[in-house]
Design a protein. Sequence first.
Lengths: 120, 510
Amino acid sequence: MAINKIFICDDDRGITEMLEMVFELADYSVVVENNSLYAYDSIKRIQPQVVLVDLWMPVVSGDLLIRKIKSDPTLENVYVACMSASRDGEQVAMDAGADIFIAKPFDLDQIMAIVGGVSA
Amino acid sequence: MTDNPLKNSAYFDDPEMTSLIYAALDASSTGIIITDNRLPDNPIIYHNKAFETITGYNTTEIIGHNCRFLQGRDRSQEAREQIRQALQDGEDIRIEIRNYTKKNDLFWNELYISPITNAKGEVTHFIGVQNNITARKKVEEQLVVEKESIERKVAERTENLRMSEEYLNSIVETIRESLVVLDPNLNVLTVNEAFLRTFKVTRSETIGLRLYDLGNRQWDIAKLKNLLEEVLPSSNPVLGFEVEHKFPHIGHKIMMLNAHRVELQGKFKDRILLAIEDVTDRRAIEKRKDDFLSIASHELKTPLTAVKGYMQLIKRFMPENNPKLTDIIEKSDNQIERLQKLIAELLDVSKIQSGKLDIHHDTFDFDKMVRDTIENIQLNSDSHKVVLRGETNAQYDGDETHISQVVGNLISNAIKYSPGKDRVEVYLSTLKNHIKFSVKDFGFGINMEDQKKVFDRFYRVDSIQKKFAGLGVGLYISEQIITQHGGTIWVDSDAGEGATFSFILPHTEK
Ligand SMILES: Cc1cc2nc3c(=O)[nH]c(=O)nc-3n(C[C@H](O)[C@H](O)[C@H](O)COP(=O)(O)O)c2cc1C
């Protein structure tokens, strides 16, 4: 089954707007959430195949969100990619249970390949 | 003087004996005279040859005169008074008096006068014996002069010493570091103002006490004990020993200690000098700066990520036959690439500063890594040809990304700092248990002064700084990476002759 739904959660609009445009142009259906507080509920509602989540976010941090997703059996099949510009990001992301870590600044082709490679 | 031969008239009765005695008196080098006290003014009635020699006068100028004529015009000497007194009392006298020869030359006369009494106890004659002691006197005077000059010198030295002590003292009191002097039993002998100020104590509650007992034993610090009792005795001096401690009143302090035990024999032997630098604030500032660097590079990366994404989108939607636009986009891409590298460097520095640069160990083909790195550089720079010579054939165990970063950095620098030249040379070799990488350029070279500093953080060679962009952290990062792999990195250069940067890494082929 091909992936069509991507959920992007980053408090930085510069990043979300860009990613939204990129994935929409590649014919994905994209949902963006800049406030991580509402992210978990929308994910449960939307049931995306892939979640792209930033690590450093106010209120609910990325790793907290990842833990919540990963401990929810109804979200078992969600592929979680964690992106961060932070230096200890990879460790934190992997500890939280992310499926992959993408260091910012990333290469679009790389991120497209990752998302494209996920099969539900 | 009972055995005085002159007293015994029997000698004078014998003419032969008399002439013998005269001959003997004339043979003496000591002046001898006899005066007749019964005649007015006690005139000289006899003198020997030596008296003439010493004084330069002849018989007619001597006989019948009172001997004071030898005093010339120098008549107010104390010695004259003493002689008069002695003569009057009929006593012996030995005295030194200034006399003058006929030519008016001064000579010191060591004079001995002895009275001769008759049977009735009257002093009839005096015998005078003269020795010219000018030479001896000169030596004595010389001694006095010398003694005075020595005394003067000693006084000068003392003054100098006092001044240099004062000088030293002013240095000790002026420096901002705290200084403590301990005796061999770790009792405090002195402390400077800075110590009192920093640790908020008074001299009286400090001096004479054992260091550990100061201020309710707040100096009873395990690490300090270790320094003074274990480390210092075996390795003197100890520099840059860090001690962290929470003091009751002044709070948490990070102190850098230098300790020095006096080894010179002498009264200061085994005293311990302790210099304490309070680096608490400096550390806090460093921490804040590191945090800033880390946050700044994080924040810079976010918009960069977005821009990079858009650039890739632009490329994707680019109309095909528009070479102008293609060129512009490629150039923008290069600039973004540069920005990304600068930000990465900034982050590396902050990682190194906080000790978080982690090295992943994996075995990789060293020579291939170098070839790949060169290839990558050649893609972006066609001004210089990078010539590779030699090989290591090493399957090296280390962090490939980081080592490649070093190799790339050194080669890029070599190109950057040799504008107008057309090549740089890379040499690979193996040494005993090491592999070596060198890159040689034919550019400006680096003078000795700068060679020591090029690996410092944010250091840029001054003359070069204005011409080239960059943060000046590349070499600093490179050194850190090589050091963390147990290697060393250095530069050889003669200004104007180009520079060779090299590093070696420990490696044994399995
Ligand atoms: C035997 C004799 C030898 C003397 N020899 C000397 C002499 O060599 N040089 C000298 O200055 N005075 C000499 N005097 C001391 C002087 O003659 C004289 O007594 C002295 O100056 C003190 O006396 P006034 O105060 O009368 O001069 C001698 C005296 C006597 C009795």
